[in-house]
Design a protein around this ligand. Structure first.
Ligand SMILES: [Zn+2]
Length: 61
């Protein structure tokens, strides 16, 4: 796998991290400090996972 530079600090993202999170463009340190870019995408739904689940449960019952 080709090493990718962190989009924030420019350091190489470890290959193990890219295997676990192929979409990430942030190193562990930046993800901890600024938040993961992957979590940001999920927030784009407009609600957190638990709220979404409650909503689905409510529609079903
Ligand atoms: Zn970084």
């Amino acid at each position: 796998m080709t090493p990718i530079d962190c989009s924030l600090c420019g350091k190489k993202i470890p290959t193990e991290r890219l295997v676990a999170l192929p979409q990430t463009r942030r190193c562990v340190k930046c993800a901890q400090e600024k938040g993961s870019d992957i979590v940001t995408k999920r927030v784009g739904i407009g609600m957190d996972a638990d709220t979404y689940r409650d909503l689905l449960g409510a529609t079903r019952s």
